[in-house]
Design a protein around this ligand. Structure first.
Ligand code: BGC
Ligand code: NOJ
Length: 812
């Protein structure tokens, strides 16, 4: 069952039934000011950091789900309704929510009145703009009463949820004309306030929550709205809100626009006040003035659309398959921007108070984003590397506001350092900007111990090389990419966190085959880079260590039919036929086949066949099989999940592309494509009722074959699946891959495909690429033509002339 449809022309998903199986959300803003917004107007806003600068309040895990947001209430006689159906839930005559590229348009119609709200964050603006258009389509004059609503968060979203003994006494507001200012804690340590304005005179306002709702009502039935009159309250403590009250008269056929601005301001210490206890409103007024007419708003909106036209023109495909084209050209790239902005911090599954920017996560996010805005990727690489330790180890995450690493969600994950090589090399291949390697980058944000970014790559590489276990394989540390494979945790106390507890630290021997494969792939990249920099001794040293790892993998990591997953604390195999449960895992088989380990001897095809046979299911490739059915203290969190969910045999989508890429290494285009399609949301739109999450973005996990409800997805939006699946489809299946010396074109597609067309902007030039497949092959390039001339290599050179170039590739 579907709840809407794609509008590819406008790059929107159009939801036509507000009763989606889960709130289907969107993100506004992509620089400093951000909002999350659901299809019924739920969600919240923050500046840079969803934990430390939360602007509006949101209650998690609410009943019903997704209550609380930025709402409009319309009173038309006795009928009270909201354009997004919620919170009133008055049945609408028509409802439509269009989620687009960083904007959302919600439209409701009732009794001849249409209310259309366009929500977006204009470029370079610390504010969300809401343009409400009311139209009277009826034959009589309408006298409407409009109430806006939002609830302020007391800035720190964590303490806002728990420290009520203080919170209920701190709230402060100011009201001036049609602008409501939220200034809690501004008096002392904060240099920021927020405001909510409307561009017309108001007939009243409320800023005290209890007066607005009444003590016994919820969001669906504010007392003030039922009474049809604002109370003009000024909040003192308790829970400050912002609500404007506007009376509107509309003649038949008439429309009126109202512009609301929800903004954030920072003031310098000596510019904080206008007079005693009266805040300096200059910056707020400046921003409000920029959007005080519908025409100004429309112009800002057009700019946002243009911005996305540009971003999405860098890589486009024309394959003849709408579902594929809309993912590659629109939604997957959009999701990559979102994961770039938020890492795993804030969604309807990530509370925004738990995690900040992940070291491994943000590095991986770059591979789907770097082509969009390389300058921002550059800055991110430096930020991430600045949190590294001198020995190459890493904080697992840092907070976006202060960019400092912290141990809140653990540390000592031994895969972390290697992802910095991936992030940096991807940036270098996209841009050719080798100067970044000479940037001086601090360790643990301490500039006195800064070294070049290149040196950070060296210590990243060495961190693995210096931490090998008894089989010459990498020690896993707290865990590797799989946060739940906690081989040193040994926890039998429910009050301990799997992420931060290590009960066995001495004599630990646990080793990871996944890090081993990762080391071979990115160790080779590191050695290759050294060669390019003419650091031949270092290249040779690195290559030697990588080769030794390959030998160790073949010797101790091959189980006969597939690659084992790890050695546990006691040196016993995990992910081996010898095990009773979880005989095979996806991650090590993905990385070892991506590395092509034992390819000549047939190990890769064998391992991939085993994955197909044991892990593949209707909804994708599950993480392990058989699922764990009991708790193994020596494995940790992974065995705590019920079978078929999350890291215990769920389809953990992030790692599926590793197998897809592995399949392209052995040239199996059919399988790579089949795996791609299985987890790709646009192909799942028809089963939205089962799938549950948005059909336009990837989810972290889809319940696997052992689950109670296979096919049900969770944790949409913030997942490494976005960048990895974009990487797999764009660079390995369609095969258009940036390389140091040009654009490498090496598709691996199903033999039945006749070909496809693509456009790629790369280092200033534009390449129009046509791939034809006359012989029904999957892989191999038999002819290359560039601007009408044949060339041998399938690396298309960088012309550097800023012009358009025609490339024709024949597969065969
Ligand atoms: C989840 C992982 C996540 C980890 C760290 C675990 O409970 O299953 O997917 O990476 O927490 O937040
Ligand atoms: C989600 C985390 O964000 C990521 O870092 C981790 O690799 C996966 N879960 C797998 O556990």
């Amino acid at each position: 069952m579907k709840f809407g449809h794609f509008d590819d022309q406008k790059r929107e998903y159009v939801i036509t039934n507000p009763r989606t199986p889960w709130p289907w959300i969107n993100y506004l803003g992509n620089e400093d000011f951000f909002s999350l917004i659901s299809n019924t107007g739920g969600g919240y806003s923050f500046y840079k950091d969803a934990k430390f600068r939360r602007i509006t309040r949101y209650r998690y895990n609410n009943v019903p789900m997704d209550s609380g947001g930025k709402y409009f209430y319309i009173k038309d006689g006795d009928s009270i309704w909201s354009p997004g159906w919620k919170p009133c839930k008055t049945e609408l005559d028509k409802y439509e929510c269009r989620h687009g590229m960083n904007y959302t348009n919600i439209k409701g119609e009732k009794n001849g009145v249409t209310a259309n709200v366009l929500y977006f964050v204009p470029l370079k603006t610390w504010a969300e703009v809401q343009k409400l258009t009311l139209s009277n389509n009826s034959k009589e004059t309408k006298k409407l009463k409009i109430f806006s609503f939002l609830e302020w968060c007391l800035w720190n979203a964590a303490s806002d949820m728990e420290n009520f003994q203080r919170n209920f006494s701190t709230g402060e507001v100011e009201i001036q004309g049609s602008v409501i200012y939220h200034k809690t804690e501004y008096k002392e340590r904060r240099d920021h306030y927020a405001y909510y304005s409307v561009n017309v005179p108001v007939q009243g306002y409320d800023t005290d929550r209890e007066s607005f709702f009444g003590l016994y009502n919820g969001f669906d039935e504010p007392q003030v709205v039922s009474e049809g009159k604002a109370h003009n309250t000024e909040a003192h403590g308790w829970s400050p809100i912002a609500s404007h009250y506007i009376e509107v008269e509309l003649k038949p056929g008439e429309s009126k626009d109202f512009v609301f601005v929800l903004g954030y301001v920072e003031n310098k210490e000596d510019e904080k006040w206008e007079s005693k206890n009266i805040i300096n409103k200059k910056k707020a007024k400046d921003t409000i003035a920029k959007f005080d007419t519908a025409a100004k708003v429309d112009a800002a909106f057009a700019e946002l659309r243009k911005y996305w036209d540009n971003l999405l023109s860098i890589y486009t495909v024309d394959s003849g398959d709408d579902k594929l084209d809309r993912m590659v050209n629109i939604w997957n790239q959009y999701q990559c921007m979102i994961t770039f902005c938020f890492s795993r911090s804030t969604s309807f599954f990530e509370s925004g108070i738990g995690r900040g920017m992940g070291f491994r996560d943000s590095n991986q996010d770059l591979i789907g984003f770097v082509h969009q805005i390389p300058e921002r990727a550059r800055e991110r690489i430096i930020d991430i590397a600045s949190t590294q330790f001198p020995d190459g180890g890493c904080y697992h995450q840092y907070q976006p506001l202060n960019k400092r690493g912290n141990n809140d969600i653990g540390g000592g994950f031994n895969d972390d350092p290697l992802w910095l090589i991936l992030g940096t090399v991807s940036y270098l291949k996209e841009t050719g900007d080798f100067a970044i390697l000479n940037e001086m980058v601090p360790f643990d944000n301490d500039m006195s111990v800064a070294r070049s970014l290149f040196d950070h790559l060296t210590v990243s590489f060495d961190h693995v090389a210096n931490n090998l276990g008894p089989h010459g394989l990498p020690l896993i540390g707290r865990a590797d990419w799989n946060d739940c494979l906690n081989l040193n945790c040994f926890s039998n106390d429910p009050n301990e966190s799997f992420q931060t507890t290590e009960n066995k630290t001495e004599g630990t021997k646990a080793e990871s085959l996944m890090i081993a494969g990762l080391f071979v792939v990115y160790g080779r990249d590191y050695a290759d880079l050294c060669k390019r920099l003419c650091k031949n001794d270092e290249a040779a040293r690195a290559q030697k260590l990588v080769s030794a790892m390959e030998v160790a993998i073949k010797k101790h990591g091959w189980d006969g039919e597939w690659f084992i997953r790890a050695y546990d604390y006691y040196g016993r195999k995990i992910g081996s036929n010898e095990n009773e449960e979880a005989k095979i895992f996806i991650e090590s088989n993905g990385w070892c086949t991506m590395a092509g380990i034992g390819k000549e001897e047939g190990l890769c095809t064998k391992a991939l066949d085993a994955v197909k046979e044991r892990l593949d299911c209707k909804y994708g490739i599950v993480l392990n099989n058989p699922a764990f059915t009991k708790y193994y203290i020596e494995y940790g969190e992974i065995s705590s999940y019920p079978p078929g969910y999350k890291e215990n045999a769920g389809v953990f989508c992030h790692n599926n592309p590793w197998i897809m890429i592995g399949e392209t290494v052995v040239g199996n285009g059919e399988r790579a494509w089949d795996y791609y399609r299985k987890i790709c949301p646009s192909y799942l739109e028809d089963i939205s009722d089962l799938h549950k999450t948005e059909p336009y973005v990837y989810s972290q996990m889809v319940a696997g074959k052992d689950a109670f409800k296979p096919g049900e997805a969770k944790n949409s939006w913030l997942t490494g699946t976005a960048s990895w699946n974009f990487y797999a489809i764009s660079q390995y299946i369609l095969g258009i891959r940036p390389d140091y010396d040009g654009l490498l074109i090496d598709p691996c597609i199903p033999g039945s495909w006749k070909g496809f067309k693509a456009t790629r902007k790369f280092r200033g030039d534009t390449y129009h690429i046509e791939v034809v497949n006359p012989h029904g092959k999957s892989k191999g390039v038999s002819e290359v033509e560039v601007d009408g001339k044949h060339q041998k290599s399938n690396i298309i050179p960088v012309f550097g002339d800023g012009k358009e170039h025609r490339v024709k590739i024949v597969i065969g």
